[in-house]
Design a protein around this ligand. Sequence first.
Ligand code: F6P
Length: 553
Amino acid sequence: MLPSIDPKKVAAWSHLEHHVNYEMVATLEELFMDDSERFSKFSLETDGLFFDYSKSHVSEKTIYLLRALAESCELPLAIEQMFSGEKINETEKRAVLHTALRNFSTEPVFVDGHDVMPQIRAVQEQMRDFTKKIHEGAWRGFSGKKIDTIVNIGIGGSDLGPMMVCKALKHYALDGMKAHFVSNVDGSHIAETLKEVNPETTLFLIVSKTFTTQETMLNAHTARKWFLQHAPEQAVEKHFVAVSTNEKAVSEFGIHPDNMFRFWDFVGGRFSLWSAVGLSIACYVGYEHFEKLLMGAYQMDRHFRSAPLDKNMPVVFALLGILYNNFHHLNTEAVLPYDQYLERFPAYLQQAAMESNGKSIDRQGCYAELTTAPIVWGEPGTNGQHSFYQLIHQGTTKIPCIFMAPAIPLNDLDDHHKVLFSNFLAQSEALMKGKTDEEVLNELQRQKLPKETIDKLLPHKVFDGDIPSISIIYRKLTPEILGSLIALFEHRIFVQGIIWNIYSFDQFGVELGKQLALNILPELDETRKTSKHDASTAGLIQKFKEYRNEEGK
Ligand code: F6P
């Protein structure tokens, strides 16, 4: 069992409250002025990732207290419990073993006394074989043409992880290979995708842990119906494969068990890209690159499992999140990759972080009397700068920012990367320094503006500054670095869940809406009466029918 410790009751919590409110009152700029070693003291490097947290409101004492908090919450024990296959997803009685999927050691990993490594390696071999056949043309479409397009049909963890990685690794895509992702049950998603693909050369990957998810199953049936308009029934087996834990449902859909790639209930949906759920990645960039992605994550796993807590990148990253969320009461976080290839990283992270830690009940079954997961959002730089950064710089909500950027671009065009990187650096500097009344006054006076205009403009041009940020620089976006980066964020989520004393690996919060949608669905039929709903829901159903009636639907 996971330790269950109320973090608010441990001494380090109240020490941190006192420390943040009465001792750590200096601004970031003052902290830098007071300590010329600050950058080297408050930065970490591992596996090609450089993590600078010196622009955070921390001193050595803050880190000491945060570490004490983690120790009091028995984090080291929880880390070992996860890696060693204990059933730490207690509400679903499951182990949490995405780390076993990227375990390159010879160590066994036991669940219920059974080593899971042989079955993991068998599926990896199946993936390697299959992707080789696709790429070499040994597996062809029904008309004898090579497969050059994959369409991944899945949602949530069966979409966001592999989709984010395929976008991130586009530079490594095999020649001529195209990858599409269909997730939304809105028919426009599949309709627009099908317009772009050729049934003779397209492989559909139906990805669903449960193989019961409404959106995925409807999209999969629509894809098969479309396919059968172009090909005979017996061609389905060449063009549809499944990734799932549910063999029975896969067979019922009409996919042969030989064309099914298994994973297991110890792999959570939002942590599943490392499993057969990553088949789209392996098809798109080749199995060797997929394996390098796993290797990068494995390196981060080893660091996470062995580094001392205050030198441990995921742990420090997690603790800084807790510092701002729980002690500075800033319940939002912007994730800002200065890397176009990471354009879907914020969307991926939203599920990983908010589905995991968006909980209000603690591991004792009581209301957690603290704020858990902050709201995570973001966009790639510099686009965000021309959109929401105004609010970050001058709004009324202070938003801790996480910046990420490569030192070496994958497309080295003229000055593009230096311009991008200078913006990456300038933003965290601007957030920290701000702009004082005096600086604005000097600037306006230099423009020789009349006093009246200066008085009017001045307050609007002041930036309070002192906004914290973390900057992550990586050498270059390789599959290994991406693997390490994703694992860094995964472990951060785990650590935070442990300290907040919540269960991070279930997601009961998504169920109520699903149940109600099933009740409402038949009521949208023109002939059906609506059952008991609140006046708003009933009124909206009525309006839906009215509009459709007017259009003869
Ligand atoms: O949104 C809820 C959820 O269960 C996610 O956790 C999961 O990633 C997604 O639905 C898809 O589930 P499945 O892979 O079973 O289709």
